[in-house]
Design a protein around this ligand. Sequence first.
Ligand code: BG6
Length: 504
Amino acid sequence: MTGPYVAPAPPVTLVIFGATGDLTRRLLVPTLINMIKSGLVGDGFAVLGVGIEPGGDEMLRERLGKFLLDNKIQFEDGGIGWRNLSERISYISGDFTQDSIYEQIGQRLEKSGHGNAAFYLAVQPRFFGDIIDKLGDHKLTTETAGYFRRIAIEKPFGTDLASAKALNVRILNRVAETQVYRIDHFLGKETVQNIMTARFANMMFESLWNSNYIDHVQITAAEIVDVGTRGKFYDETGALRDMVPNHLFQLLAMVAMEPPNSFDAEAIRNEKGKLLKALRVYSPEEAKHNGVRGAYTAGSLAGKDLPAYTQTPDVNPDSKTETFVALKLFVDTWRWACVPFYLRTGKSLTARDTEIVVTFKQVPFAQFHGTEVQRMLPPNKLIIQVQPNEGLHMEISIKRPGLVVDTVPVSLDFRYSDMFDIGNTTGYESLLYDLFIGDQTLFQRADAIEAGWAAVQPFLDLWSHSGDKPDPYAPGSMGPQCADDLIERDGRKWHEPQVLRKDK
Ligand code: BG6
């Protein structure tokens, strides 16, 4: 099935800071090739790379082309898509702190004929503030001449509440919020965008979407991958910072926000911001009871021997950084009063499985009272399978055929791949397209980012001051025992990842 026609974005120069880095070659370049092929950008689209490596346009083109070829990325068409993009790429070499770089950028943008520019900061977060200051000094962010100037910022946005606030102040001192596109790549995922449609385009879900009918919500982002070569970044970051205030909270906001008054970007961002601000901010004592963490030990995963996290290159052998985290949170609104939200994420787990499980309350049992059925009847669940095998599943109970009344749980399944060709997309196509057309719906606003950090700050404080190390867990498991204890003490259980369910 194909979607409706989408008009190409207006002419724009994408200025990539960090053009020789990993993000550019692995994600941005393949995305841009897809966008050219599908007509999401037109003839007026160009890329201006900026990086510290010496060289000119040819150096960058050759480097990127070699990477795609060596890794067999986007070459199914014999390289036609890449050649089309490559002709549009130019390069400026230099240090991000040098004024001469910004002067050159200004000259190139003037020559573009349209003046529209999107500055993409694919660099280490410590450069964000400096680059935006320099862009401001050189008037490159000024929009008064009728063209647009936008800034896209990758995560991590700050490392805690204070640093996120400071960064927002620094950025907003230079540009307006309408020019800032804070990226969370989870929002580029088709299934994440579908949460809103599933909720607000279907009467049957939304009418039950509250604490009268919902018992609890689970959000899991399990990964098989280990920390591998990312030791330096990861040891300073940990699972909580890396995944929770950003990716998992985006899922939470989509699932729990109030219906926006329209599908206008600000209407949606208002509701997401409101929801994240309603996340209960725990006292230190409450944080102790509502969060647990773990770190993987040595073991074997997917047939390979894996060193313990603390033996990973560039990781402190005495590290207290967690590679797994599980939290029990509350959203203090009328709709969600007393409904727990259980979140967990980790590396080196059983399976790659990102899912949201909405568990409904038990039926009142009137007609099953005192029977075996009452004891066996599982609650309804709605499972939003974010990845892989993207889809939506509803678990309901039916009567097993036969003479006695016996119920059996069955699943009503929808899988995207059964109906649509999602194709070879990276998930960034919609994000970059929206950046170019000026739609901020899928980007995070300053207040929402800060609200997310505020909710995790008590756990950051607790664990940074605690002398304890995270609990151990074996690679290939679903995390430490304390994560099971966290939910089981409430009489509930984690939903099994789909690979385990399939084996049954
Ligand atoms: C990134 C994290 O933001 O998201 C990684 O830094 C994580 O540690 C990744 O692996 C997960 O994204 P995805 O799209 O692979 O689920």
